[in-house]
Design a protein around this ligand. Sequence first.
Ligand code: ADP
Ligand code: ASP
Ligand code: MG
Length: 574
Amino acid sequence: MKVLKFGGTSVGSVDSILSVKKIVEAIEEPVIVVVSALGGITDKLLKTASMATNGDVAYEREFSEIVARHLDVIQGVIPDKTKRIEVQKQVMALLDELGNIYKGVYLINDLSAKTSDTIVSYGERLSSGIVAAVLEGSRLYDAREFIRTKTDFGKHIAEPDLTEKLIRERLADRPRVSVVPGFIATGDVTNLGRGGSDYTAALIAAALNAETLEIWTDVDGFMTADPRVISDAYVIDRLSFEEAMELCNFGAKVVYPPTIFPVYHRDIPILIKNTFNPEAPGTFISRERVQGRDKAIKGISSINNTCLVTIQGLGMVGVIGVNHRIFRTLARAGISVFFVSQAASENTTSIGLRNEDADLAIAMLTREFAPEIEIGEVGSITAEHDLATIAVVGDDMKHTPGIAGKLFGTLGRNGINVIACTQGASETNISVVVTLESLPKAINVIHDSFFLSEYQVLNIFVAGVGQVGRDLLEQIRLQRRTLMADNGLQIRVVGIANSRKRLIDAEGIALNDCLRRLEEEGTPSTPESLRDEILALNIYNSVFVDCTASAEVAALYRSLLDHNVSVVASNKIA
Ligand code: ADP
Ligand code: ASP
Ligand code: MG
């Protein structure tokens, strides 16, 4: 038996629901299909609730869009008229209830947590009804009968034993295809948290000892980095549970982090698959530790909501129990810590937490250490906001010297300052804290250096397109292949400028007609504005090639070099 979970985009449109049908019907063994709300609906349910609470009557329009979206989907996925009318009736009954709840919220201008959870539950209740109608012979279950949650510092955690018992009871006698709404639950909190359908599927797979848990989404698998940030990210064939857990905990949205533990515990592998490209093999996550394609690291992930709280004081050196007090204080306040770094001298401890927890953390720690602060043993407790944490993950880092050196070297060469760093003794994760501003560049250079190391990219700006500049561009054009084949070097011209105009494209400019494009599409340029754009672009491995004979252009070198842009000059004035 398998459990298949289809995410929001997989059930977001007529075509995708029809793909789901094909995928499920091609499986011979029994399956349990867990579905999310139609893509984007959870956000829309919440937005409509917030408009209604604020007395904004336009909530009615938002709501009617929710209704229309579901009705349109039903129209497209259920060809049989009688059946369609029946499903429309069921779905409209739910939507009517929802409309009444919104009306109540609008009239009393109040949205309790419970009401909000109730509203949001309609997303999965509606989608699962539609998917069940599309999958011939399937039976629809209500997850609220067996997924039980408990409060754990406001987090959405399943009550494992009770949930397991109820799943086994309620799903004992089931047809070949069962459909279950993901995310929703009953208990102290009434859902499993945003992205929680993955977790529903994992709880069911674990309780029923499934053969595999398949997470069907909109990408070909778990990738080396977030594909929305890194266009060169590629699919990882295999991951260990530990690696997947490390990457998910650090922001790889493709799997909701609590999902992994229940199946890891029962040794049930996870397969990540693409609903829109079912032929792609996907990513297989299992207990087995497998080497990546000769790479010591498997993936990179990041959390952008990071605040670093630092406790400092000579009075902490060698004193037993300081860390105990720090963590006890934060735990009592329900603050989750995801990063800890302490210098061996013991005089500073830095803790990474979410920006929104920082004020409470500082207040609680200041109270805890008030006696030490008063006599100067603890100096200051400070918070640095708007940072980001990057995790570099891989089981094989353990046996490979030089990973940390390569990581810090790469960041340093590109002018990215590491504010704090940690490596657990398990050596499967090195985490660094950087400014939020430098995050995209940092992930790019790390990805480039660890995963694309078969070749190196140089991003080149050419200033001056007289004889020298033109010849250089032509040489680069003609020698591209040779440079890649013989030197592992990809030269990407990302900017061309003359004294009046510039053409910039961070993805690279095709060189066959770049001079014509510079004339026709170039924007007005001065040496200073060119420099400002290069610095704002903040691109990695960048080289400024000065083919002008201008003193003003030569005057830019200092600030370019200060920002880690290399400079090559053929300008004799310089
Ligand atoms: P679903 O609705 O199917 O649950 P999600 O949006 O929750 O889908 O997760 C899939 C998305 O996760 C992808 O579209 C991708 O943009 C994002 N993502 C972030 N990091 C990674 C990663 N390392 N590998 C794959 N996808 C990632
Ligand atoms: N529909 C919920 C959300 O958008 C749960 C999920 O999709 O996993 O967060
Ligand atoms: Mg998801």
